[in-house]
Design a protein around this ligand. Structure first.
Ligand SMILES: Nc1nc2c(ncn2[C@@H]2O[C@H](COP(=O)(O)OP(=O)(O)OP(=O)(O)O)[C@@H](O)[C@H]2O)c(=O)[nH]1
Ligand SMILES: [Mg+2]
Length: 344
């Protein structure tokens, strides 16, 4: 075999040059979020909506649409009934997994409180975790008023969050209550603000593993890191290159996430900057993060330096070793929007 032959993909069999990625909306809120992500642009990513509500599915502009449980629920949604959705999910499990099996990273999105998204999110996360696919569940926690006087909704939220937290692995939790600072905007615009933030989380993670860096963090190293990291979450930040400490501060506090650290935190950090990104800046970012996380057990980092100089540096971080809390705590802690994300 000559060099040309040896380097051709045919000689090596099928090669995975870039991971295949999907965003999957579960239920009404999840599907709407997928639509917003698509509108903001997620090139190369498959967009899928799964719902028990046929009318909602027909309305959504998501390219691939899957109606679940049409025999039992007749396309009318679950009306908040998790148990009915779970039964339909068991029946449709093989077909659902078959539709997702070629994907290497799957973001699963759901607004908690209803029946469909709240039931399908832990169900599919668990099913995918026994495959090679990296499942990233994303939950939207409802506004406090939605659950204050509605025990069914509250129970649905509690059951789903605790199941996901017990499962460990990557979990993104975005609290609607933290959007109160935008309360003078129309409601759909408020959700768009949240979805724009989610868009930055999704594209940052995809970009980190898809595009080669000088110090590379690829999908295999991310999966390796997550294996021992326990419950983990994703952070992003972007700041002027002259203030690395502010970059870390911004990523930790200016988010819609709310988690507490255990005594064994870990971090995988990726910095993306211009040709003016120095070792000193990298060092200041890592030191600040390390301090804020109370000296993590493991700190892995990667960097990508672009050929041209840049005023800003972009940070993507996977923080592991988070503590599971009671859901009451999770919901109550969202009342204060200025509170730092990580509280020791
Ligand atoms: N962004 C957005 N959020 C919604 C929408 N509809 C409901 N929500 C919120 O999302 C949470 C879950 O509601 P849905 O997504 O409608 O529930 P579902 O998963 O479809 O479940 P069922 O309809 O009960 O089968 C609730 O807190 C809602 O207030 C929507 O169209 N867009
Ligand atoms: Mg619905």
């Amino acid at each position: 075999m000559n060099d040309d032959e040896a380097l051709s993909a045919n000689a090596w069999g099928p090669l995975a040059l870039a991971p295949s990625i999907g965003v999957v909306g579960l239920g009404g809120a999840g599907s709407e979020a997928v639509q917003d992500l698509t509108a903001l642009g997620i090139p190369g990513v498959r967009a899928i909506a799964v719902n028990t509500d046929a009318a909602h599915l027909l309305r959504t502009g998501v390219e691939e649409r899957i109606l679940l449980g049409h025999r039992e629920l007749r396309g009318r949604g679950s009306g908040g009934n998790r148990a009915l959705v779970l039964r339909a999910a068991e029946e449709g499990k093989e077909e659902l997994l078959r539709r997702l099996e070629s994907l290497e990273i799957v973001f699963l999105l759901a607004g908690l409180g209803g029946g469909t998204g709240s039931a399908l999110l832990p169900f599919l996360t668990r099913a995918l975790r026994s495959t090679d696919t990296l499942a990233v569940p994303v939950v939207f926690l409802p506004f406090q008023v939605e659950i204050d006087n509605n025990q069914t909704r509250r129970d649905n939220v509690e059951a789903t969050v605790s199941e996901l937290e017990q499962m460990g692995g990557l979990l993104v939790a975005l609290a609607n209550e933290k959007l109160r600072r935008f309360e003078t905007l129309p409601i759909h615009r408020v959700f768009q603000v949240r979805n724009a933030y989610l868009h930055s989380l999704v594209t940052s993670l995809v970009d980190m593993v898809e595009n080669p860096s000088q110090l590379n963090v690829d999908l295999a190293s991310l999966k390796n890191h997550l294996r021992d990291a326990g419950l983990s979450t994703l952070l992003v930040g972007e700041y002027h290159i002259s203030e690395p400490e502010r970059l870390v501060q911004q990523a930790l506090t200016d988010s819609l996430l709310d988690f507490h650290l255990s005594d064994r935190p870990s971090a995988l950090v990726h910095l993306d900057g211009g040709s003016n990104l120095t070792l000193r800046t990298l060092d200041r970012v890592l030191r600040t993060l390390s301090e804020r996380l109370n000296q993590p057990d493991r700190l892995v980092f990667g960097t990508r330096v672009r050929p041209e100089p840049r005023e800003v540096v972009h940070l993507t971080a996977v923080i592991g070793g988070l503590k599971t809390r009671s859901v009451r705590e999770a919901l109550e802690s969202t009342n204060e929007i200025t509170r730092p994300v990580f509280v020791h």
